[in-house]
Design a protein around this ligand. Structure first.
Ligand SMILES: Cc1cc2nc3c(=O)[nH]c(=O)nc-3n(C[C@H](O)[C@H](O)[C@H](O)COP(=O)(O)O)c2cc1C
Length: 325
């Protein structure tokens, strides 16, 4: 399948693995890229430029296909060493960056001057238009269903994607709630040029996370995620667990007076303990509603091959067949 996105990124299939904290290590990125999609290393998980450079080099040892790096720009006082991380990306020869979080305008000149293609993740049409205006090459449009941070506008992809198609000139991919060939074909029908998957890629053989995490995703239904940190305007969709129940109780009890410090025990330093140690109730961790569509743990190649084969059947038989009938 050829789309503006496969051409832009030089990949075989229009399937991207979104950056994921403590999931997007070299092993997963390489497996996705080797299967013909675009694998992405999560920059901030590596913490320092030296460690990111090492992770990129490890990934390069596992694949000669295009790979990307996610740079999430956080609104925090003690900023990570973004210039150093960007230098590691450039020196590592990575040509694709997925930006997320704050407006990436400040960092675009150095990325573009070094021949890097930038895809920015947005949860609204207005942010997507801004990304287009400041010179991003593509956007990843993240609907309300998504695992992670869906923003504060709560627009699901059935509305968000056609709205993006109506407004944008640069290509966009559908993100949030994507799991299979049905997701891909529907996204293409709504104007996207491919799809981005987060939660689905965690439940794969190569994702270097604890088996408890994969089992939790397989066991979860579409009813098992919750939105936390809404009162702080930093909404995150997470898998429900005991810590999430505690956190939501605090939000309920403290109302508008809640401060980050009140919920810090449930959201600080959670990812290594969940993803690496498999300590599932230690805190809130991102997971999409799409968990309800995930019931196996394939390799990345099995997953991507299945999606592409079923997408072809959907288009050629089901959709064409409806017309013929
Ligand atoms: C465990 C987890 C961690 C994530 N961490 C990040 C991150 O560090 N930066 C980022 O831009 N997006 C992050 N995301 C969002 C994903 O890149 C992607 O946009 C999202 O998962 C898409 O929704 P889906 O889970 O329904 O596929 C994370 C998602 C999950 C599930």
């Amino acid at each position: 399948m050829k789309t503006r996105i496969t051409k832009m990124f030089g990949v075989e299939h229009p399937i991207i693995q979104g950056g994921m904290h403590y999931v997007g290590f070299a092993e997963l990125a390489a497996a996705v890229s080797n299967a013909g999609g675009l694998g992405i290393i999560t920059g901030l998980t590596q913490q320092t430029p030296e460690r990111l450079a090492n992770e990129i080099a490890r990934c390069r040892d596992m694949t000669d296909k295009p790979i990307g790096v996610n740079l999430t720009f956080l609104p925090i006082v003690n900023e990570p060493d973004y210039p150093g991380l960007i230098r590691a990306v450039i020196d590592g020869g990575v040509k694709i960056v997925e930006t997320a979080g704050n407006n990436p305008a400040k960092w675009l000149p150095v990325l573009k001057d070094n021949g890097i293609t930038v895809i920015h993740k947005c949860t609204t049409v207005r942010h997507s238009l801004k990304a287009q205006e400041i010179g991003c090459d593509a956007v990843s449009v993240d609907g309300f269903e998504c695992g992670g941070h869906p923003g504060e506008d709560d627009i699901p992809n059935m509305i968000l994607l056609p709205r993006a198609a109506d407004e944008l000139e640069i290509p966009f991919i559908a993100s949030g709630g994507m799991a299979d060939a049905r997701s891909l074909v529907a996204s293409l029908a709504m104007g996207a040029e491919g799809m981005n998957m987060g939660t689905r890629f965690i439940a794969t053989k190569e994702a270097p996370v604890h088996d408890n995490v994969k089992a939790a995703i397989v066991a979860a239904s579409e009813l098992d995620t919750r939105l936390v940190m809404r009162p702080l305007r930093n909404t995150e969709r997470v898998l429900t667990n005991a810590a999430v129940d505690r956190l939501l109780q605090k939000e309920h009890d403290l109302g508008a007076n809640i401060r980050f410090e009140d919920i810090a025990p449930e959201v600080t330093d959670v990812y290594p303990k969940v993803m690496l140690d498999g300590d599932m109730d230690v805190g809130a961790w991102s997971c999409g509603m799409v968990a309800g569509l995930i019931d196996d743990i394939p390799t990345c190649r099995e997953l991507i091959d299945r999606i592409m084969a079923e997408a072809e059947t959907l288009v050629r038989h089901r959709l064409e067949g409806l017309l013929a009938a």
